[in-house]
Design a protein around this ligand. Structure first.
Ligand SMILES: [Zn+2]
Length: 298
């Protein structure tokens, strides 16, 4: 797999585990659908990579929803990852978006990570204030506060020139976490770094990961395996099977019709233009057409 995948790995004896994400046409589809400014697209792409990095650690079928809300020009970011590899993302932008990065674009607010295992299971949600200048820093803060897991993260989003002269979005990210023990299972709140050896193993892995450059995560000519070897070869790195990622939205006409059914005939009439109600999906920007009675127009 050369693109649009997630590759799990472990460093050394396995107490440091991680995943690397490379996104080509999938992130180009997600970001191109919106047409945001490059600064907003970069932040949204980072959120999508982060959702995939976090969501792919789940051991069950479900969805991880990353959400950020702030009082800046970007009011909201949402990116979600389904365990079958589907990724989608959207932002709510209110202003001219001066500046770059999480703090400049979103101001003060909070991050929420929701884990949805389907209608029969309770949702888990972790919430922390937005702290740090970048989404990387905020993610590290989230893991430290909400999960108490030592975490190092790198995220990168950028445009590359394709053969033929067209620009397209690419994105990449790598996460490593200190998760000793059988399958990384431990009690919530338990101290993770228990000894000087733990401390040293983690600090080495984190410092190697932190040398990752954006162009290494984005370069289509550098494979994920080669990049991991470059980062962690001193301690040994083992990779597992890669899993594919794709841009896919879960919207459909039935779900939108169910929403429209909650409105009164008068409200529906107000929404209509020239006898039609047009509803655009906020994630994929696909448009659905309905009549004034809320029935789908084929
Ligand atoms: Zn959609």
């Amino acid at each position: 797999m050369r693109d649009d995948f997630i590759l799990p790995f472990q460093v050394g004896d396995g107490s440091v585990r991680g995943r690397i994400v490379r996104l080509g046409s999938a992130i180009d589809a997600v970001l191109s659908a919106h047409g945001f400014t490059s600064a907003v697209s970069e932040l949204l792409g980072e959120a999508a990579v982060l959702a995939a990095l976090m969501g792919s650690a789940l051991k069950f079928d479900g969805k991880l929803i990353f959400q950020a809300q702030g009082d800046g020009d970007v009011r909201m970011l949402v990116a979600d990852y389904a365990s079958d590899g589907a990724v989608r993302a959207t932002a709510s932008v209110d202003g001219l978006t001066a500046g770059r990065g999480l703090a400049a674009l979103m101001g003060k607010g909070h991050l929420a990570i929701t884990i949805d295992q389907g209608p029969d299971m309770e949702r888990y949600q972790g919430v922390t204030p937005i702290e740090g200048r970048t989404l990387e820093e905020a993610a590290i803060g989230y893991f430290a506060q909400s999960e108490q897991i030592p975490t190092a993260v790198r995220l990168a989003v950028g445009k590359v020139l394709r053969p033929g002269g067209e620009e397209s979005w690419r994105a990449g990210g790598v996460i490593a976490q200190f998760m000793p023990g059988e399958g990384g299972v431990r009690e919530r709140g338990e101290a993770v770094l228990k000894s000087a050896e733990d401390e040293e193993a983690w600090n080495r892995a984190a410092s190697f990961l932190n040398t990752t450059q954006a162009d290494e995560l984005l370069d289509p000519a550098l494979t994920a395996e080669d990049l991991l070897f470059r980062l962690f070869h001193e301690d040994g790195v083992r990779v597992y099977d890669a899993r594919p990622l794709r841009a896919q939205c879960s919207c459909n006409a039935g779900k939108i019709a169910a929403v429209l059914a909650r409105y009164s005939p008068e409200e529906l009439a107000d929404m209509a233009e020239e006898g039609r109600i047009t509803v655009s999906c906020e994630f994929c920007r696909r448009e659905y057409l309905f009549g004034v009675d809320g029935a789908k127009i084929a």
